[in-house]
Design a protein. Structure first.
Length: 420
C-alpha cells in the first residue's frame, strides 16, 4: 500500500545512515524498514546515505593504485569516490520502494540536486545560501506530497556542474544542511553503536552511553581522538535542531541513543574565559611530572579552601594553577607547605590580576599560523603574554587584566583579517 500525502503537523526527520548500517543486504532492508515504518506513521522523512561498508576506502585505494591520472587529478578522483554514495542511494531507494514507500532518489546529475559546493575538490564546502534555496524549492515540495527523498551524502556539485566530495564527516554535513533548510524537528544519525559513549569500548570496560551532550563538548572529544563525529561536520549542525545518535541493530528510528544539543561555534572569536581577574600560582621543580601526587595534594588544598580551581597546566619542570581573584594567604601557605614536602620542588611564585582570553571556533585548526595571528598584534602593541595553551578547539591566552580590552580588540581584528 502506497504512502500518500502526509497530515499537517507531522514529525519531520532527516535520517542519515552510516556505512556500517548499510554494509549488506540484510542491513539495508532493516534500514529501509525503519524508514517505511516511520513514514507510514505519518512522519516526513528525508534520508541521507553513506557508501555501503568500506566502499569509499576501497574505491580510493583501487583508483590511486591503478591510475597515475586519477592520483594527480582531484576532479577525477572526486567523481569516482562519489559513486559509493550514489550507488548506495540507488539501492536504498529500491529497497524503500519495494516496501510501498513513495520515494525519490536524487543524483548530482539531476538539475534540482540540492547540495551545491565550492570547487575545493576532496574537501568542498557547501554554498549554504544556494543549498537552502534548492532544498526549499525541491525537497520541501516532495515532503508536502508525502514523498521520501533519498540523497547520497558526502557528495556535492559546483554551480558549473562538476562533482565534488565534502570530505570527512561529509554525510553528516549533508544531513545537517538538509535539516536546517527543511526546518526539521530532529536529525537521526544511525551508526554501529547505541550512542556516544563515555569512552572507547576498545580501551575501557563497560563504557556507558551518554543521554545528552553539547556539540561543543563533542568537538572536544573529537580533538582528543574520539571518532564519534567529525568537527568539520559539527560546524553545520543547526543550533535549534537536536541530532540523535542511535544504533542500526534495533531496526527502528525511535530508540533513545544520545542527543547532541546546541551548536559548535563556526567563526573564530575571542572573549573572556572568566569574567574577573585571575591569579597564576607557579610551582617550580626538577621533574615535576615524576611526582604527580603534588598535583592532587595542591588540588585538595584548593578544594578545602572552597575556592574554584579554574585550570591547571604542567610540564616537566613546572606546575601552574589558575585561581579566581586574589587567593588568600592561608591557601598560599598551604600550597607552599605541600611544595616543601617534596624534594623535587624548588620554589613558588604568584602572579595576580591576569585576564583569561579564550579564542575558539571550529576554524581554529583550519587557520594556518593562528598563534602568530594572536601573538604578533599583542607584541606589536607592547602587551605581554603571561601564558598560552590550547585545549578542545580553543586557545587560552593570559594577559594583564588592565590590557584585556585592548588585547581582545587586537586579536579580534587580526582573526577577522585572517578570514577575509
Amino acid at each position: 500500500m502506497k504512502v500518500g500525502k502526509l497530515r499537517k503537523n507531522c514529525r519531520k526527520l532527516v535520517v542519515k545512515f552510516g556505512g556500517t548500517s548499510l554494509a549488506d543486504s540484510e542491513r539495508i532492508s532493516k534500514a529501509a524498514s525503519s524508514v517505511a515504518r516511520e513514514a507510514k506513521k505519518g512522519s516526513r522523512v528525508a534520508v541521507v546515505v553513506s557508501a555501503m561498508g568500506k566502499t569509499t576506502d576501497q574505491l580510493l585505494e583501487t583508483a590511486v593504485k591503478s591510475s597515475s591520472v586519477v592520483k594527480s587529478d582531484t576532479k577525477e578522483l572526486d567523481d569516482i569516490l562519489s559513486m559509493g554514495e550514489r550507488t548506495s542511494a540507488r539501492i536504498f531507494w529500491a529497497a524503500l520502494k519495494s516496501q510501498g514507500v513513495n520515494c525519490r532518489y536524487f543524483d548530482p546529475t539531476d538539475p534540482d540536486w540540492p547540495m551545491i559546493t565550492d570547487h575545493s575538490y576532496g574537501n568542498a564546502k557547501p554554498l549554504l545560501a544556494e543549498c537552502k534555496e534548492r532544498i526549499e524549492r525541491g525537497l520541501q515540495t516532495l515532503w508536502e506530497e508525502g514523498v521520501v527523498p533519498v540523497i547520497p551524502g558526502f557528495v556535492g556539485k559546483t554551480l558549473d556542474g562538476r562533482i565534488t566530495t565534502i570530505g570527512r564527516g561529509g554525510s553528516d554535513t549533508t544531513a545537517f544542511v538538509l535539516a536546517e533548510a527543511l526546518d526539521a524537528d530532529e536529525i537521526v544519525l544511525v551508526t554501529d553503536v547505541g550512542g556516544i559513549m563515555t569512552a572507547d569500548p576498545k580501551l575501557v570496560r563497560k563504557p556507558r552511553i551518554l543521554r545528552t551532550i553539547r556539540a561543543e563538548s563533542l568537538a572536544g572529544l573529537a580533538d582528543s581522538g574520539a571518532k564519534f563525529m567529525h568537527k568539520k561536520a559539527l560546524k553545520y549542525k543547526p543550533k535549534s535542531i537536536d541530532a540523535r545518535v542511535i544504533a542500526y541493530a534495533p531496526g527502528r528510528l525511535d530508540v533513545k541513543g544520545t542527543l547532541v544539543k546546541g551548536e559548535f561555534r563556526v567563526d573564530l572569536g575571542v572573549g573572556l574565559a572568566y569574567p574577573d581577574p585571575v591569579s597564576m600560582v607557579t610551582v617550580l621543580g626538577e621533574g615535576v611530572s615524576k611526582e604527580p601526587s603534588v598535583v592532587s595534594e595542591i588540588a585538595e588544598k584548593v578544594n578545602a579552601s572552597r575556592i574554584h580551581l579554574l585550570g591547571v597546566t604542567a610540564n616537566t619542570n613546572s606546575l601552574i594553577i589558575y585561581l579566581p581573584g586574589d587567593p588568600p594567604k592561608s591557601l598560599l601557605d598551604s600550597i607552599h607547605t605541600v611544595m616543601l614536602k617534596h624534594r623535587r620542588m624548588l620554589a613558588m611564585a604568584v602572579k595576580r590580576n591576569m585576564a583569561f582570553l579564550k579564542i575558539s571556533g571550529v576554524e581554529l585548526e583550519e587557520t594556518p599560523g593562528v598563534i602568530a595571528r594572536i601573538s604578533n598584534p599583542l607584541q606589536n602593541n607592547s602587551i605581554n603574554i603571561a601564558g598560552i595553551f590550547t585545549i578542545a578547539s580553543s586557545i587560552t591566552v593570559l594577559v594583564d587584566w588592565n590590557d584585556r580590552a585592548k588585547a581582545m580588540e587586537l586579536v579580534e581584528r587580526s582573526l577577522r583579517e585572517t578570514g577575509e
